[in-house]
Design a protein. Sequence first.
Length: 594
Amino acid sequence: MTANTSPAPIAAPAGTAKRWTARLASHRGPLLALLLCQLGQVSASLLLPGFSADVIDRGILAKAPDVILHYGGLMGSAALTQLLLSVTAVVLGARISFRVGQALRSEIFDKVHRLALAQVQSFGIGSLITRCTNDVLQVQTMLIMSLTMIVIAPIMGIGGAFMAARQDVQLSGLLLVVVPILALIIGFLTLRATPLFQRMQGQIDGVNAILREQIEGIRVIRAFMQQGREARRFATANTGLTDTALRAGRLMVTIMPAVTAVMQLASVALIWVGADRVTAGGLQVGALIAFLSYVSLILISVMMMGMLIVMLPRALVSARRITTLLETAITVAPPAHPEPLPARGSGLPLRFEGVSFGYPGAEAMVLEDIAFEVGPGEVLGIIGATGSGKSTIINLIARLDDPTIGRVRLGGIDLRAIAPETLAGRIGYVPQKSYLFSGTIAESLRFGNPDADEAALWRALEIAQAADFVRALPDRLQAPVAQGGTNFSGGQRQRLAIARALACDADLYLFDDSFSALDQATDVRLRTALRQATGHAATVIVSQRVASIRDADRILVLDLGRIVGLGAHAALLADCPIYADIVHTQQSLAEDVA
């Protein structure tokens, strides 16, 4: 027996900053153009107060119309340049951030489809949806704000302070007091809010998970009249999210009023001191007005940084969650050097060699020391109590998970050495939940075999005992299928799912409790037709009903993840007490119903 690496627990990723830097580096051209636009925009903004001072001191007070026109023209040119560069920068920033968001969603989508089934369950479906939607939106919003402000804010703040000092050094001393106070206020509030944003993203996962569960189980909720209970459960999760959001919001909204109050008090102090100096003749009126304008620019730059800092904690949490997912190692990875399977139609024997499987962190194995073989043309039935590991065996054959210990071989080749697309092309799989994708019946049936013609589709429908109700539909093969197949009954969905697998013309068929919604007569007809149509292939049937597998060549009986019986129906009745008990229980139930 050979051990296989079990899925690693989800951990915080390393090199997050490097990954995001590399992602932005792919947009070097637009980023460079954006940087130049922002530098030009800030330069124009910093020139305006100086021109304004010259208009007042050299033009208006000196009563020089030519000087007024000259500097007025320069002010108009600077303002127009600032406007054009600002618009260009916003457009470039939006395009870059939207492209990054598009790439992130595509990467997450691709990653989710490559995760093992155990890894998907570890993350949780609600969390995966949140990471692909809300988390990407948070990062995208932060990115567009950063790209349009990250250069402007510091340059405008530093440049404003420098230009203010050029107007009057003594008044600039007040900025040495104001700026540290602002930094302390913003830093304190941000540190308090960051853990709240992290908790909030987890609570969004919880709300999504509950909402998804309730929508999918709406029939059960209504059937048992549990709307009130489910409403209370959702309200609890929703209230928790709201409370956390309000606490974080109260901290974050304090930043802007605090910054504004400090800067406005600083402006009042400047006017108070500056007025005395103007009266004393130590400062010109234009210089004081320009100084106040530069202080306003500093205020704007600080408010920009405040806006970024308000959004930064939540965006960082979202970025870490996205990176955690993208950097999670794929446990069911495609082989570096795949081995080819034998030619189609030559038969693919299936073999389990001492297979055990357990989920990461679980105390006990789901399956232990499973060994059996199914050859071409043979049918293996699998039965056992709920939770005995029947569906896990099917998942291992379809390579939705890999064994923790042992090997699964198909055609003599370890499944881990077969390319996923090659394996999928040789297997016809009917899952326990007969899920159909939206579209038409023809599109649903061609899901595993896009090249199947109409004759092949009708042949698959005939075998699956679905041809009669499909012919009765107005559009027949072009009849619409709702998401999940909810416009069909449970039995119809199962038969369409079986037909979808049969349309693949596979060498191995897997039926995971796929006859549970069929009446006994339809079940018998379907299994008879199935045996004739799949005589060349190996077939594995999982069922809770003995009637669906009693004619199998061999029946594998599971109990608590272990094989307790393997043989034909008659032999198991005599030698396997657990199987005999299942048979007698179902017979007694049938007699009671009759």
